[in-house]
Design a protein around this ligand. Structure first.
Ligand code: ATP
Length: 333
């Protein structure tokens, strides 16, 4: 199929005290081969939980309680841990949220690359040395710096090292959690450009997790907008950004500056805060914050439906999106 990954109705729950938090409550989306997909939403919407569930490296109190994760046609939510472990690094590589700071300070980066190449990849010492050099070349760092320790690199360079580490065993899918968040805008652009270049060169797929829609706009082919554990809207970048159909996406678009540097008018954060996931509101979870909510919104949860080919939205008023967009644009400033 055209999709390397298809997530269907994924549910992930955290046990807390006597109760549970349904952090991901029925997420569905696709990652086509050779594409960069941005998973975007406010803090706490479940992005990291989704990203981690895809590699099944989840917290001790977390459990995948439903759905499928079809990777290359195989449901990796259902395979034994041993098989899953064999897929990590080789097929699916994960760059954790603070990859930049999570490199081990006591070892040189070459040592850390070697761990993956030799232990997980079974490369010989000589092969690993050559691979280290070519990986550094790929991410634009002089090979002389392989012997350096993480603290000797700048934040941006450490992020490049983390990318090299993820690419070590030629995965088909790289999942990067907030890869540029702590960096200044110029370095952000450099890292994103690099990621795009490598993605194209290697023909891999990338899932980029971020709270910043301008990062998504800058680099992604497609986007999945999450809100309170569910997918609000998903589709090709151009469609979702220029014709957002979910009121949340309309608001998100106005809440971030343009990464390309163009001033995009006044930034208007969305009023209110996301719901407490331990007690989510009935109906559409965005309804309490939505300027366009009507009666049905607070009683029935809207299904994620295709409004135009390949563009899906979970909103009871999706068919009125063009009008709502205009109203949203007028009330912006
Ligand atoms: P952020 O960008 O802040 O990491 P996120 O969108 O990635 O946010 P998650 O980290 O996936 O969101 O969290 C989703 C929800 O699950 C939040 O309500 C969070 O408080 C909760 N959560 C995350 N990890 C745990 C955990 N180990 N135990 C209990 N609840 C958790």
């Amino acid at each position: 199929t055209a999709n390397l990954l298809s997530v269907r109705d994924l549910k992930v729950s955290y046990r807390v005290g006597n109760g549970h938090i349904d952090a991901v409550d029925g997420a569905s989306f696709d990652v086509p081969r050779g594409s960069i997909v941005g998973l975007v939403g406010e803090s706490g919407c479940g992005k990291t939980t989704v990203a981690r569930a895809l590699t099944r490296v989840i917290a001790d109190n977390a459990r995948i309680t439903g759905g499928q994760i079809l990777f290359d046609g195989k449901d990796i939510a259902a395979i034994p841990e041993r098989q899953m472990n064999a897929l990590r690094w080789r097929d699916i590589a994960f760059i954790p949220q603070s990859a930049m700071n999570s490199l081990d300070p006591v070892y040189t980066v070459e040592y850390q690359l070697n761990e993956v190449l030799r232990r997980r990849g079974g490369l010989s010492a000589r092969e690993a040395r050559m691979r280290c050099e070519s990986l550094f070349e790929m991410v634009g760092i002089e090979k002389g710096r392989l012997r350096d320790y993480p603290h000797q690199f700048s934040g941006g360079m450490r992020q490049r090292v983390a990318i090299a580490l993820a690419l070590a065993l030629n995965p088909k899918l790289v999942i990067a959690d907030e890869p540029v968040t702590a960096l200044d805008v110029i370095v952000q652009r450099q890292i994103l450009d690099q990621l795009r270049e490598l993605q194209t060169m290697l023909g891999i797929s990338v899932i980029l997790v971020t709270h910043d829609i301008s990062v998504v706009a800058y680099i992604c082919d497609r986007t999945v907008v999450m809100y309170a554990g569910r997918v609000a809207e998903a589709g090709p970048m151009a469609g979702v950004l220029t014709r957002p159909a979910h009121p949340y996406t309309m608001g998100l678009r106005n809440a971030f500056p343009d990464l390309a540097g163009a001033a995009s008018g006044t930034l208007t954060p969305i009023d209110g805060a996301p719901p407490n996931l331990a007690e989510p509101p009935p109906g559409c979870r965005f309804a309490p914050r939505c300027p366009f909510s009507i009666e049905v919104c607070s009683t029935e949860s809207p299904p994620l439906a295709e409004i135009v080919p390949d563009h899906r939205v979970a909103c009871h008023r999706a068919s009125e999106a063009p009008v709502l967009r205009e109203i949203a644009a007028r009330t912006e400033t």
